[in-house]
Each structure stands twice: as structure tokens, then as C-alpha cells.
Design a protein around this ligand. Structure first.
Ligand SMILES: C[S@@+](CC[C@H](N)C(=O)[O-])C[C@H]1O[C@@H](n2cnc3c(N)ncnc32)[C@H](O)[C@@H]1O
Length: 279
């Protein structure tokens, strides 16, 4: 059994405990030696994936400035803000006119950001929204498909979602796109990452050792049917239909290297979609 399968077999709360214990020695070391600043979470609390947390955050900020049209004065919404991976570098990028809202379904991540980021940067606000996700949160039955974002119409210049729609099922994504269109300003941008299934990614995936979306569910495919929301790939025609239905025009799709594309020709592992609210 591979490590990923083993990891998915644990409940979200057990996964958090295991991670905390595993990283405890290095977390204590980094805290005692001052190697980690007060705003950066200890490794054992980072539940959003592997890799260098700070470097990844800087890289995602670059994607927002280079491909999402982010400006220092923008008002931005980070859907699925995790434990502040993008918020932290953004605190140095947004100016006094700029502001940030983030929400997430994992309370511990939101509370970290509320305690560590907001007191230093009051223009950064975080909310916990209790919604069910079979990878991240099983403590509620409330569903993302019924959730109305707690923001006004036309508030944001940019809404972004890094590795969030890859953990959501079609009706939930449909509702979120509808909400995103509502809260965006006219001419505003949504930058979101997906796993997009098309003929090319199917062909590449089959000849590659990476992620294998082998469980076809109609409009989408799953990596692991026992933990559906662990990884979801959407079929491209269906996704394009969802964007059109929600009046978000596709400006650009940057295909990622997840199925085996050349890394140097991609901006990210996942596929990055840039959408515009035109009317
Ligand atoms: C791979 S992590 C990425 C976190 C963050 N976007 C980043 O790049 O660091 C996926 C995040 O999506 C959040 N999430 C999953 N379903 C969600 C939903 N319906 N609404 C908001 N956030 C959700 C998870 O709690 C988790 O923090």
C-alpha cells in the first residue's frame, strides 16, 4: 500500500495528530532557535500539503501577479485559505488600500491566521465556515453546494482558489462559481486551479507514474473512491459548461504538469484557469 492510500485511511483529526507528533522535534528545534518567525505555522500544523511552505507561498503569489492581474491596491478573496500559505506573502505585497478576506472549513487553520496574521495586519480577515469535506472535515453535514459566501455583491477585484476545486464535487463547484461571479466586481478576475481531464491529459496520465484518475463518475473522475474529495479531476467540456452557466469567461487555461507535461512549459502542477466577470 502506498503512503497516500495509508494517509487517506486516517480520519482528518487523526491525520492532524499524527502530523503534529511526527514533526514535534523539528518544530521545537525551530522554535527554540528562532528559525521560524511568529507568523509562519510549525510544520506539524501545516495540513495543506507537502513542499516548502514559504517558497510555495511566494510562488503562488507570483502566479497571482503574473497571471491573475493582482495589484497592491486590490481587494482579494482567498477561498480555502488553509493555514495562510498565500496570505503570508500577500501581507508584504498588498498596500494600505489593499485588503484580504479568506475563509476555510478547517477551524485550526483559520484560528492560526486569526491569531497570528490579523493582529499585525488588520486588513487581513479570516473566517471559519463549517462545511463537510471527506478529506478535511467530517465534523458537520453542512454542504458547500448550499453555502452563500458572507460577502456583498461586487466586492472583490480578484478571487483565487489554489488546490480547492481539486477537492470538491460538481454541485459544490457550480455553487462556488455562482457565488464567485456574484462577489466579483465587473471586470474582476477569478484564478482557480483544477485537474482538467481531456484527451491529452488522459494519454499522458496513462504513460506516467503520477496521479491516476481511474474512477470515472460521468462529469468527473476520482483518484480514490473511498475518499472522494481527496482528488477530483473534471472533464474539460463539463467544466467549460459550468463557467459559461455562471457567466465567467475563460481568459486562459495554463495546463499543469500533473499528468506528465514538461515542467518547464507549465506554471504549476495543477491546471490554472483564469476567468473574467464581464458584465
Ligand atoms: C490543498 S489545501 C490548499 C489551501 C490553500 N488554498 C493553499 O494553497 O495553501 C485545500 C484547502 O481547501 C479547503 N477546502 C476544502 N473544501 C472547501 C470548501 N468547500 N470551502 C472552502 N475551503 C475548502 C481545505 O480545508 C484546505 O484548506
Amino acid at each position: 500500500m502506498n503512503k497516500r492510500k495509508l494517509y487517506y485511511m486516517l480520519s482528518p483529526s487523526l491525520r492532524r495528530v499524527v502530523r503534529r507528533i511526527y514533526y514535534l522535534p523539528i518544530d521545537i528545534f525551530e522554535s527554540v532557535t528562532g528559525k521560524r518567525d511568529a507568523i509562519t505555522p510549525p510544520r506539524g500544523k501545516i495540513f495543506i500539503g507537502s513542499g516548502d511552505f514559504l517558497m510555495q507561498g511566494e510562488r503562488l503569489l507570483d502566479i497571482l501577479t503574473q497571471h491573475g492581474g493582482l495589484m497592491p491596491s486590490h481587494r482579494v478573496l482567498d477561498v480555502g485559505s488553509g493555514i495562510g500559505r498565500v496570505a503570508i506573502p500577500l501581507t508584504k505585497y498588498l498596500d494600505a488600500k489593499g485588503s484580504y478576506e479568506g475563509f476555510d472549513i478547517v477551524k485550526a487553520g483559520v484560528e492560526w491566521c486569526q491569531r497570528r496574521i490579523t493582529p499585525l495586519h488588520p486588513n487581513f480577515q479570516f473566517r471559519h465556515i463549517a462545511l463537510k469535506n471527506d478529506l478535511y472535515n467530517l465534523s458537520t453535514t453542512a454542504e458547500a453546494r448550499n453555502f452563500a459566501f458572507p460577502y456583498s455583491d461586487g466586492e472583490f477585484d480578484l478571487v483565487f482558489l489554489f488546490s480547492v476545486f481539486t477537492h470538491m464535487l460538481p454541485e459544490d463547484v457550480d455553487n462556488y462559481l455562482n457565488q464567485i461571479e456574484r462577489v466579483l466586481k465587473k471586470g474582476g478576475t477569478c484564478l482557480a486551479t483544477f485537474f482538467i481531464h481531456n484527451e491529452e491529459s488522459q494519454r499522458l496520465m496513462a504513460g506516467n507514474k503520477g496521479l491516476q484518475f481511474n474512477h470515472d463518475r460521468g462529469h468527473y473522475l476520482l483518484l480514490d473512491p473511498r475518499v472522494k474529495e481527496a482528488n477530483v479531476a473534471f472533464k474539460e467540456p463539463y467544466l467549460l459548461q459550468l463557467f459559461e452557466k455562471n457567466q465567467l469567461a475563460v481568459e486562459r487555461i495554463h495546463y499543469g504538469f500533473w499528468p506528465g507535461r514538461d515542467k518547464n512549459s507549465c506554471i504549476d502542477f495543477q491546471d490554472t484557469v483564469v476567468l473574467k466577470k464581464q458584465k
